[in-house]
Design a protein around this ligand. Structure first.
Ligand code: ATP
Ligand code: MG
Length: 155
C-alpha cells in the first residue's frame, strides 16, 4: 500500500478533494472511509458523488444503511454500517454491488463487512487535529492499481 496525505482545513476542502477523486472514477472502484464520529466521511461522499457527476442529494445512510446515486452509466453505492454487528443479507448486497463494473462503492464503518471488501481498495482516513479546529488530516492508502488516480490528485 502507498500513502498520500492532505490537510483539509474545512468541510469545503474535504468536498473539493473528494470531487477531484470522483472525477477520475470510472466504475469498479471500492473506497473505505475511516474516521471517528463526525470525521467527515459523509461530507467526503457528497463531494465524490458530485465529482462523478450526480446531482443527487447525499445524506447519511445510517438508518437505511445503503443508498445509490446515479450519474450516466455510473452508480455510486454508499453504505454506512455504523453499529451493525451482523450485516446479514446486507453483506451479500454489498458483495453484489462490488460485482458492478460501473459501480463505485463507498463504505463508512466497514468493520462488520471487512471480509467482503476487496484487498485492492482505496482506504481514506480522516483525523481531527488536536487544536479543535475544523481541520482534518486525510490519509489516502492505495494499492498499485489506483496509483495513477490518486497520485494525480492535488488540492
Ligand atoms: N475538514 C472537514 N471535513 C469534513 N467535515 C468537516 C470538516 N470540518 C468540519 N466538518 C463538519 O463535520 C461534520 C462531518 O460530518 P459527516 O457527517 O461528514 O461525518 P461522518 O464521518 O460521516 O460522521 P458519522 O461518523 O456520523 O457517519 C459536518 O457537519 C461538517 O460540516
Ligand atoms: Mg457519515
Amino acid at each position: 500500500m502507498q500513502e498520500k496525505i492532505f490537510t483539509l482545513y474545512s468541510a469545503k476542502e474535504t468536498e473539493t478533494l473528494a470531487y477531484s477523486i470522483g472525477q477520475k472514477l470510472q466504475g469498479g472502484e471500492c473506497i473505505e472511509l475511516v474516521s471517528d464520529l463526525g470525521g467527515g466521511k459523509t461530507t467526503f461522499t457528497r463531494g465524490l458523488v458530485r465529482g462523478i457527476g450526480s446531482l443527487d442529494n447525499v445524506s447519511s445512510p445510517t438508518f437505511t444503511i445503503g443508498k445509490q446515486y446515479k450519474s450516466g452509466v455510473i452508480t455510486c453505492y454508499h453504505y454506512d454500517f455504523y453499529r451493525l454487528q451482523d450485516p446479514g443479507l446486507l453483506a451479500e448486497e454489498l458483495a453484489e454491488a462490488l460485482e458492478d463494473d460501473k459501480g463505485v462503492i463507498v463504505v463508512e464503518w466497514a468493520e462488520s463487512v471487512a471480509h467482503v471488501l476487496p484487498d485492492d481498495r482505496i482506504i481514506i482516513m480522516f483525523e481531527r487535529m488536536a487544536d479543535n479546529s475544523e481541520s482534518r488530516i486525510c490519509t489516502i492508502k492505495y494499492s498499485e492499481q489506483y496509483a495513477e488516480t490518486i497520485e494525480s490528485i492535488s488540492l
